[in-house]
Design a binder for this molecule. Structure first.
Ligand code: PGA
Length: 251
């Protein structure tokens, strides 16, 4: 069965409730005729409440950018997966490279958060990818396999089957430097090979997004690669027409 493409917009720390409401409204209108693609946006937690009602029934899902492993308690500043679900989120990002680099997220903390996401009824997108130094040292497979091994460690096979992965080379995020389709496809194929070895045929159903400076002008080439099943889009997701064009390129 062909994998359904999945295009997600990671709004990062941009767009407060008013601006997020406006962008969500424009996306609802601009993508009203699209089917055959899973679409989700990830506003800041503070803007989730203004986006969810706009996108209800639109076919565009809402996700939370970050969750804690714990559902509640003394974790000042944290977001709970259970509360995100209650607020209308369907997805959660886990392990984004900015969280790994700036907040010290590890494969082990990701593993706990992936469990928390499923426990709360959220579908996770688990982000992996190498730094420029790691690529130059020819360690790409080693790094992404380690991230997969550590991050997926606590999941049941059916949870692994339902996960979305995002391969995001750190050197391509927010830099304008995009991996070539050949570079990206090669890593996606080795990720799928790793999944097949561990989890069998289900590897062919798991969607692997590419992320890192995806925009309307390069999306079609990337998304036509056989193992690239969608995109996790940062900067270009902040503008409705550009994001809509990326979604259409996935169809
Ligand atoms: P970018 O971000 O598209 O701005 O490179 C992608 C991401 O961080 O998910």
């Amino acid at each position: 069965m062909a994998r359904r493409p999945f295009v997600a917009g990671n709004w990062k720390l941009n767009l407060g409730p008013t601006a997020a409401h406006q962008l969500a409204t424009a996306l609802r209108e601009g993508l009203a005729d699209v089917s055959g693609c899973t679409i989700a946006v990830f506003p800041t937690a503070l803007s989730v409440g203004s986006v969810v009602p706009v996108l209800k029934g639109s076919g565009i899902a809402v996700g939370v950018q970050e969750i804690e492993a714990k559902a509640s308690g003394a974790f000042t500043g944290g977001n709970s997966a259970v509360m995100a679900r209650e607020a209308g989120c369907e997805y959660a990002l886990v392990g984004h490279s900015e969280r790994r680099q700036l907040w010290g997220e590890t494969d082990a903390s990701c593993a706990a958060k992936l469990v928390a996401a499923y426990d709360a009824g959220l579908l996770p997108i688990y982000c992996i990818g190498e730094t420029l130094d790691e690529r130059r040292a020819d360690r790409v497979d080693e790094v992404v396999f380690r991230q997969l091994e550590g991050g997926l460690a606590k999941l049941a096979p059916d949870q692994v089957a339902a996960i979305t992965l995002a391969y995001e080379p750190v050197w391509a995020i927010g830099t304008g430097e995009v991996a070539t389709p050949d570079q990206a496809q090669a890593v996606h194929a080795s990720i799928r090979g790793w999944l097949r070895e561990r989890y069998g045929a289900v590897a062919d159903d798991i969607r692997i997004q590419y992320g890192g400076s995806v925009k309307a002008s390069n999306a079609a080439d990337l998304l036509s690669c056989p193992d690239i099943d969608g995109a996790l889009v940062g900067g270009a997701a902040l503008e409705a027409a550009g994001f809509a064009a990326i979604v259409r390129a996935s169809l």
